[in-house]
Design a protein. Sequence first.
Length: 283
Amino acid sequence: MESLLRKKTAEKGCLIASHRGAWGGNVIQNTLRAFRNALLQGADVLETDVVPCRDGSLWCFHDGSEGRVFGEKGDIFAMTEEKILSLAPVNAYEQPVRDRTPRFEDALALAVRKGAVLNIDRAWDWADRVVRVLDGVPGAEEVCLIKAPVSKGRAAMEFLAAHPVKYPFMAICYTWEDMETALRVKGLRLEAAEMIAFDEKSPLFGSDAVRRAHDMGLLAWVNAIRLGDSPRDRLYAGLDDDRSIDRSPEEGWLKLRDMGFDVIQTDWPAALKAALESGGGKR
């Protein structure tokens, strides 16, 4: 079965991946409302973080953001299901909302129903639990894309390679050795590489690097989100959301598109969509 990610790149060209959905205002990150909002804004891929709580069930949540999302300190790994469902997330205006952190199963069902790719992050230490959920959902094999850094995800890669259902996987790569290591895992359905380059001297920077990844049979994914203002918060040599907004899309997102990237991950899917559709050439 061809993955939905490959089908969409063949159909559209450069795809839009929306980081934790599209959130702000009264829309909370990593919620079903954020995912629906991302799709309304033109996202092709929904990126979410998946973590377990104390009871073992899986939730769409970025661990470490408990204070920011819930407005109180805590550790989602130590919370019960009942506790998570009792917590009202806090919106951008510092007001509690009725929305709730969703179970992973609900986000997966939404992706299958809407025909969107679901990119699963931060789940490499509990890949077996994620796969148990995927195994029970018709269509999951087509829409999901599990990712992990090669340096931390070796056990997850080997587990996925040994599993009878071959779920698509993306390796987060900082070097060519990372990419080659992932390619050597026999039985792993390696679909893509997320290419990290902190500056223009990084080995995975530039159009030649993208072509080399393509020659390896991989789709090339780039992360344009800006995590902060330190050099290592610039995930692809400063060609990111901030530069695209502050200067122009031609100096950020469209450079990435023209390098040949198949997927651009962003916090601003509507603006990226407008840029891709007005920038000339293949989207």
